[in-house]
Design a protein around this ligand. Structure first.
Ligand SMILES: Cc1cc2nc3c(=O)[nH]c(=O)nc-3n(C[C@H](O)[C@H](O)[C@H](O)COP(=O)(O)OP(=O)(O)OC[C@H]3O[C@@H](n4cnc5c(N)ncnc54)[C@H](O)[C@@H]3O)c2cc1C
Length: 246
């Protein structure tokens, strides 16, 4: 693939941003084992860097995926692994299914603020007993009226200590393990950077042997109530959507 002038210009903008706003703080953030995701993402959102391949009606640039590759290459200019990983989760791991299958309401409430850098997102798939084997997740959403009531836990979740929402894979029914799951948008706080939603507990900040500046959490869900309309796309298609999103 050959980069065009436009790809190079985006890389230049990103590298300048990294030199001025990220690299001078990397040592401090690595030592603190966290970086200020809301602050960094807001600045990136202002530069239009969090939605290169997302639809223009939600604040994205509507470009093709080659621009995400150009961005990923330029993120290698950051002097650590944790911050680029956190950015990658926001742009390419927790938002693709939302952009592709989410309702208008979900895209307005969660995607547009993620692209603008006003909200930090995370992707909740892995659990203590389900890593590579995604189909083995145990978290459950039972129906109660118009809501899902979610109980379970998610482990090793990047950005989760600071996240405003989680795109969560959860069992929403009985039946074959590849057809009983849904992706549900779970608001984790009462507003950007606000108080945790009732029933959500950040149980542990997990220490790692590298990528220290990205926060990695163990999150408990105890009867967390979410409207069923916060489900992304069709019920029971979550495993498929998640494999596409990976
Ligand atoms: C820094 C970091 C950030 C992460 N962020 C997130 C996140 O944001 N959201 C999220 O949901 N998860 C996250 N994870 C979890 C990650 O997705 C899991 O670690 C991954 O899925 C592997 O699962 P596991 O660690 O349980 O390893 P296991 O699944 O137990 O695998 C252990 C080893 O066995 C091998 N193995 C497993 N199954 C097979 C098989 N069938 N055949 C042959 N070999 C096999 C694997 O390749 C691996 O080498 C993160 C992990 C890390 C380390």
């Amino acid at each position: 693939m050959q980069f065009t002038h436009e790809h190079r210009e985006i890389q230049k903008t990103l590298k300048r941003f990294i030199d001025e706003e990220i690299n001078p703080h990397v040592d401090e953030w690595e030592a603190a084992e966290i970086f200020p995701a809301h602050e960094v993402f807001k600045k990136m959102g202002n530069l239009g860097l969090l939605g290169l391949c997302k639809p223009e009606e939600y604040g994205g640039a509507g470009l093709d995926y080659s621009y995400s590759l150009a961005m990923a290459e330029a993120l290698g200019h950051i002097h650590c692994g944790g911050v680029p990983m956190a950015i990658g989760v926001q742009t390419d791991m927790c938002t693709p299914a939302l952009a592709r299958y989410g309702s208008e309401e979900l895209k307005r409430n969660f995607l547009a603020p993620a692209i603008a850098g006003d909200m930090v997102g995370c992707i909740g798939v892995s659990e203590p007993a389900a890593g590579s084997d995604v189909s083995g997740i145990k978290s459950v959403a039972r129906k109660d009226g118009d809501d899902y009531v979610i109980t379970g836990q998610k482990m090793w979740i990047t950005n989760s200590l600071q996240a405003d929402w989680m795109c969560m894979l959860v069992n929403t029914g009985e039946g074959p393990v590849h057809k009983n799951k849904s992706l549900v948008m779970v608001p984790m706080r009462d507003g950007p950077g606000g108080k945790l939603t009732k029933g959500i507990e950040v149980a542990q900040k997990i220490r790692k042997i590298g990528m220290h500046s990205s926060d990695t959490g163990l999150i408990y869900f105890d009867e967390v109530r979410v409207p069923q309309r916060y489900r992304i796309g069709a019920e029971g298609q979550g495993f498929i959507y998640q494999m596409q999103q990976f």
